[in-house]
Design a protein around this ligand. Structure first.
Ligand SMILES: Cc1cc2nc3c(=O)[nH]c(=O)nc-3n(C[C@H](O)[C@H](O)[C@H](O)COP(=O)(O)O)c2cc1C
Length: 388
């Protein structure tokens, strides 16, 4: 068994063990992938202030996200097709998150259904919805999430239409994979994945197939999103969806201060500063670069979370010190899952926790809730000077 010390180690194993179509699906951004790349490279521009001779005993990374206790303010982001990275992937990731004490967010586009995940976990998880045209289906999703005990609804607002990821088109992404010469040749080298997949019945979009009307090709993510997603979405519709759910709401995909103000006005419990991991509007700012302006606009009105580009506990610390109250990891936990299933997700969380805790100590802090800009060295022009 290789020694795992970083998320990059898990990513290498993920690539080796998972069919190319699903690895590529995770490891890509839209179009030129500029935003995808800058999500991580912008974190690297922020440096840390080393402090010495400061008592570092009794440290804690425990905090709260939307009033819920978390072992560290790092939630698992909603990731579609997680159950294709390894068999029953959503259940495995949810169990790892539950044991670690961090929130798990189940995607609408998951393979395991809401009910599947609820049946195999003991604590409430969060559910994520895309904004769909079909009101009946939306209401049923909310009802199912409520019945399953979900404690918050993440409403994703940055995907009314899908950003193009070239690799998915070239690989013919589908769940389950269609048998072509290329996919069969690839699967032949990933046979442990195939054997596990044959042993589970969960191979289709569990929240959609058998629940949504008029889905012409349930195996194709692209065709379903084109058919079902609400291109006419506006803030009134967001307010209506929040009312239909009626519980705690996190609005995801905010990258602009004006949008953040609107989300705060609607009474969201939190917003996620996110560009969907660089998978939607290529050329948009990285989340960490967009964060300060959003905090200036609404930091005292709504809880602000951040995702996109987090690959280490140091990235988590930087986001928190910049002012985010919580963070999410997408690819970092998917790398763990694809590498080693549930154990891999636990390892990803352990790696991030250790990096966060050690970095916090070396910056002279003991409590993750006290992190602030004082421990960071941020380039003067970090937010950039842009003309519009
Ligand atoms: C493979 C993949 C699938 C995703 N699917 C969804 C999804 O179904 N719903 C959603 O709101 N966000 C989705 N996202 C975006 C994540 O929730 C999150 O915003 C992003 O992964 C954060 O960036 P990171 O991967 O750099 O951590 C997906 C991201 C990836 C990488």
């Amino acid at each position: 068994m290789p020694v795992i010390t970083t998320i990059a180690d898990l990513k290498r194993l993920h690539k080796r063990r998972t069919p190319k179509m699903f690895y590529d699906y995770a490891e890509s951004g839209s179009w030129t992938e500029q935003t995808f790349r800058e999500n991580t490279s912008d974190f690297d521009q922020i440096r840390l202030r080393q402090r010495i001779a400061v008592d570092m005993t009794n440290r804690t990374t425990a905090s709260q996200m939307i009033g819920q206790d978390v072992a560290m303010p790092v939630a698992l982001a909603p990731v579609g097709l997680t159950g294709m990275q390894c068999a029953d992937g959503e259940i495995k990731a949810a169990r790892a998150a539950e044991k670690f004490g961090v929130p798990f967010t189940l995607s609408t586009m998951s393979i395991c259904s809401i009910e599947d995940v609820a049946e195999h976990t003991t604590k409430p998880f969060w559910f994520q919805v895309y904004t769909l045209k079909d009101d009946d289906f939306m209401q049923r999703l909310f009802d199912r999430a409520r019945d399953a005990g979900c404690s918050a609804m993440v409403i994703t607002l940055d995907l009314q239409i899908m950003g193009q990821r070239h690799k998915d088109l070239k690989n013919g992404l589908s769940a389950p994979p269609k048998f072509t010469l290329a996919s069969m040749a690839d699967l032949a080298t990933k046979w442990p994945w195939g054997i596990e997949m044959l042993q589970t019945k969960r191979r289709f979009f569990g929240n959609i197939v058998g629940h949504a009307k008029g889905v012409s090709d349930p195996s194709s993510l692209a065709s379903w999103t084109a058919e079902a997603f609400d291109h006419a979405l506006d803030w009134d519709r967001v307010a209506q969806l929040m009312k239909m759910w009626g519980g705690p709401v996190i609005l995801k995909g905010i990258l602009d201060a004006d949008d953040a103000r609107k989300a705060a006005e609607l009474g969201a419990d939190a917003i996620i500063v996110s560009n969907h991991g660089g998978r939607q509007l290529d050329g948009a700012l990285s989340s960490i670069r967009a964060l300060p302006a959003i905090l200036d606009a609404v930091g005292d009105k709504v809880e602000v979370h951040l995702d996109s580009g987090i690959r280490s506990g140091q990235d988590v610390l930087k986001a928190l010190a910049m002012g985010a109250k919580g963070t999410y990891i997408g690819r970092a936990f998917v790398n763990g899952l694809g590498a080693m299933g549930e154990k891999g997700v636990t390892t990803a969380l352990e790696v991030i926790h250790k990096e966060l805790d050690t970095t916090m100590a070396l910056c002279g802090r003991r409590d993750v809730k006290t992190l602030d800009r004082d421990i960071l060295l941020v380039p003067e022009d970090f937010e950039g000077r842009w003309c519009s």
